[in-house]
Design a protein around this ligand. Structure first.
Ligand code: GMT
Length: 377
C-alpha cells in the first residue's frame, strides 16, 4: 500500500502524530510519502520506505500572499500520479483537507485516491470556527472518504460545531512508542537546576495562548510557599516573554528555567516530578501522554480531551481552567507524599503502555485504510 501523509512540519502535536504514524507504517513495509513545505522535525534520520516531497511555492509579484493550498494540491496530484498512492492521509483540516479534495477531483479520472482526514484540535475548536473557514472545513470533512479525531471530545465538538449529520468520525487517540518514552536515566538536569534536592515541575508546549503557560508560573509561586521547587519550561512561542515577565514580577525568576526547544524529551521528562498542563483548550494532550509514559504524574485542567488521558486521582489530578491555587495544592500533595507519588508514577506509565502504545493504535489506522480500499469505486 502506498500512503501519502500531509502535515505541518513544525513543532506541534499534529505534526508529531503524523510523522510518528508514517515512521511506524514504513517500519511495517508500507511505502510512505510525506508531502509538506519543510522536512517534518521528527523525520530526523534515514528510514526505509519513507520519502519526502517538498511543496514548491512559486513567487510571483501579483501574489501578495502565498497560495500554499493550491501549490499543495498540485504536489499532491503529482505524488498521487507518479508514486501511485492508494491513500492520502491529511493531518489538521486547514488547509490540508481542502487541498486533498481538490487533488482528488483533479485526478479522479485516472485514480480513485482515498482521502483520510485526521482532526487534531484547533482546526475544530478555534481557527476552524472563524466565518472565513467554517464552510470550507465543514465541506472538506464531509467530502473526506474517512475522518478520524484524536478524542471523543473532539468528535462531539466536530459534529456539533459544524452541524455534521451523516459522517462517521472514528476516534483514534494519540499514541506513543513506550519503548522510547520510558523512565530513563535523566540527562543531568536535576544536578544543574535542582542541586539542593528541589522538586522539579515541568511543562512542554509551543507556548501559544491556549497553553496558558503563565499559569505554570502562578502554580510554582504557590508551591514555593510549602516545597522547594524549580519549574523547567521546554519549548518556545508567543507566550514565553509574558511567562518570563510574570516570573520576574513575582520574584521567582531564579526558580524558573526556560530551555527552549529540545529534542531529548524522554531524558528531560525523566527528570521531572510533576508535569503541568494548564491548557485552555486541548483536544487530547500529547504532551501529557509523553510525560506519563516517562512515569511522570500530570496535573492538568479539565479542558477538552485531557480527562480521556489523565485519570483524576490515579495518574494525576485535574482542575478547572485557571484554578492555579487548586492545581498548586494537587502538586504539593504529590510532592509531599512519596508513596502516593510512586503509585501515581507507576499508574501513569502503566496507562501509557496499556492504552496508548503505538503497537495498539497503529492497527486502527491500517484497518481503516484497508476498509476504504476494499470499497467499490
Ligand atoms: O490543534 C492544534 O492546536 C494543533 C495541534 C498541534 O499541531 O500542535 O495540537 C493538537 O493536536 C495534538 C495531536 O493530536 C493534540 O495532542 C493536542 O491536544 C492538540 N492541541 C490542542 O487541541 C490545543
Amino acid at each position: 500500500m502506498n500512503i501519502g501523509i500531509v502535515c505541518y512540519p513544525t513543532y506541534g502535536g499534529s505534526g508529531v502524530v503524523a510523522t510518528e504514524l508514517g515512521k511506524a507504517l514504513a517500519a511495517q513495509g508500507y511505502q510512505v510519502h510525506f508531502i509538506t513545505y519543510a522536512m517534518p522535525f521528527r523525520l530526523d534520520g534515514f528510514y526505509n520506505n519513507v520519502f519526502y516531497h517538498e511543496v514548491e511555492m512559486p513567487h510571483y509579484p501579483l501574489f501578495e500572499f502565498q497560495l500554499y493550498t493550491l501549490s499543495l494540491a498540485s504536489t499532491m496530484v503529482d505524488v498521487i500520479r507518479y508514486e501511485k498512492l492508494d491513500i492520502l492521509h491529511v493531518h489538521y483540516a486547514i488547509p490540508h483537507a481542502t487541498s486533498a479534495y481538490l487533488a482528488k477531483q483533479i485526478i479522479r479520472k485516472e485514480r480513485d485516491i482515498k482521502i483520510v482526514t485526521t482532526l487534531h484540535g484547533t482546526d475544530i475548536t478555534l481557527i476552524g470556527l472563524e466565518p472565513s473557514f467554517l464552510p470550507l472545513v465543514k465541506f472538506s470533512i464531509e467530502e473526506s472518504d474517512a475522518v478520524t479525531s484524536v478524542s471523543r471530545f473532539l468528535r462531539e465538538k466536530t459534529l456539533s460545531n459544524f452541524n455534521i449529520k451523516n459522517k462517521e468520525i472514528h476516534v483514534i487517540p494519540n499514541f506513543i512508542d513506550t519503548t522510547v518514552y520510558k523512565p530513563s536515566q535523566e540527562c543531568g538536569l536535576r544536578k544543574q537546576y535542582a542541586p539542593h534536592g528541589e522538586k522539579i515541575l515541568m511543562h512542554v508546549s509551543n507556548f501559544r495562548p491556549v497553553k496558558r503557560v503563565s499559569d505554570t508560573v502562578k502554580i510554582l509561586h504557590e508551591v514555593l510557599k510549602t516545597v522547594a521547587a524549580k519549574l523547567i519550561l521546554i519549548g518556545d512561542g508567543p507566550e514565553r516573554s509574558e511567562a518570563e515577565r510574570l516570573s520576574r514580577e513575582l520574584g521567582i525568576d531564579d526558580h524558573v528555567r526556560f530551555l527552549g526547544k529540545q529534542t531529548a524529551l524522554p531524558q528531560i521528562l525523566s527528570a521531572a516530578d510533576v508535569f503541568l498542563l494548564p491548557s485552555q483548550s486541548e483536544s487530547f494532550g500529547l504532551a501529557a501522554l509523553e510525560a506519563m509514559s516517562c512515569g511522570v504524574p500530570v496535573v492538568a485542567t479539565s479542558s477538552g480531551g485531557i480527562p480521556e488521558v489523565v485519570v483524576h486521582g490515579e495518574t494525576g489530578y485535574i482542575a478547572e481552567i485557571g484554578d492555579t491555587a487548586r492545581m498548586a495544592r494537587y502538586v504539593v500533595d504529590l510532592l509531599t507524599n512519596p508513596k502516593k507519588h510512586r503509585r501515581f508514577s507507576e499508574a501513569s506509565r502503566r496507562r501509557a503502555v496499556e492504552e496508548f502504545d503505538t503497537r495498539l493504535l497503529l492497527p486502527h489506522y491500517i484497518a481503516l485504510y484497508e476498509r476504504l480500499l476494499a470499497q467499490q469505486p
